[in-house]
Design a protein around this ligand. Structure first.
Ligand code: NAP
Length: 265
């Protein structure tokens, strides 16, 4: 048997047929790849992003493959808009089976360096926005008999970075919050797991690239620091999203799924 590469990129099985999924921060990077993979594997996906145009481009790409999906502008720091988009999804499609609450924020700096508004924004995006989205979805999922909530943390949620206090602290907090929600809602068959990526080559790392002193230095850092010696791909992340979203992981809840080429070891 040969390995044919990520499941999400070239082999499609209807593991999410009949399911409805909503993804935040899905106009780019990991959220985009996960949303596209879920649609390709059978789900009706609502692709949301801060930038309406980026979300619409993802839907356009899916439509060019003959798949149906919907897009919406959604700022995850807008509590009312998040709840309204989730309610609208249920009204339109009759259910919501998967929430991938993905958008996040990174700002560098140690205790003395990080700006206070950067610390506040980290809590707002990396913890509070997931709380709000999960809160908006659980009532619907309970009524329909279950669901899967995937919350993006980071491998910085299970290990410590250097001079990234706001990021590492909030990413740890969201792993804890996800585990607590998993414990509280297991009886309702609502699963909560956190996704903990390592270095995935997306625009999200632009700030870290600057902090490192440019692309070449970042490439050398990745080659040296990651045991597998490379970046992860968004398709590799999408495979884990498919696993957590679908019935391939029905007995898994409260888990922090680390996909980082061994960085945490
Ligand atoms: P990305 O390619 O930059 O995509 C993130 C998307 O979220 C962008 O389209 C961004 O829009 C959008 N967004 C930003 N603020 C938002 C808001 N308030 N409401 C809704 N959408 C918003 O990044 P990514 O690689 O997918 O990473 C994003 C998430 O993965 C974060 O939670 C991050 O902590 C986590 N993560 C990433 C890595 C990695 O190496 N890439 C590693 C660990 C964890 P704009 O571009 O307009 O801001």
């Amino acid at each position: 048997m040969t390995l044919a590469g990520p499941l999400s990129s070239d082999r499609y099985f209807p593991v999410l047929k009949g399911k409805v999924a909503l993804v935040t921060g899905a106009g780019s990077g990991i959220g985009r790849a996960g949303a596209m993979a879920m649609a390709r594997h059978g789900a009706q996906v609502v692709v949301t992003d801060l930038d309406a145009d980026k979300a619409a481009q993802v839907v356009k790409a899916l439509k060019s493959e003959g798949l149906s999906a919907a897009s919406a502008a959604l700022d995850v720091t807008d509590d009312k808009a998040v709840a309204a988009e989730i309610d609208k999804t249920v009204k339109t499609y009759g259910q919501i089976d998967v929430l991938h609450s993905h958008a996040g924020y990174q700002i560098e700096g140690n205790l003395e360096q990080v700006p206070l508004d950067g610390m506040d924004m980290s809590w707002k995006l990396n913890v509070r926005s997931h709380f709000i989205a999960a809160r908006a979805v659980v009532g619907h999922m309970r009524t329909q008999g279950g669901g899967s909530v995937i919350i993006t943390s980071s491998n910085s949620g299970v290990q410590y970075d250097r001079e990234m206090i706001a990021y590492a602290t909030t990413k740890h907090a969201v792993v804890a919050m996800t585990r607590q929600m998993a414990a509280d809602y297991a009886k309702d068959n609502i699963r909560f797991n956190s996704l903990c990526p390592g270095f995935i080559d997306t625009p999200f790392n632009a700030g870290f690239e600057t902090q490192m002193g440019g692309r070449d230095k970042l490439e050398r850092y990745v080659a040296k620091t990651i045991p597998m010696g490379r970046w992860g791909t968004t398709d590799e992340m999408a495979d884990s999203i498919l696993f957590l979203a679908s019935d391939m992981s029905t007995f898994m809840t409260g888990h922090a799924l680390v996909i980082d080429g061994g960085e945490c070891i």
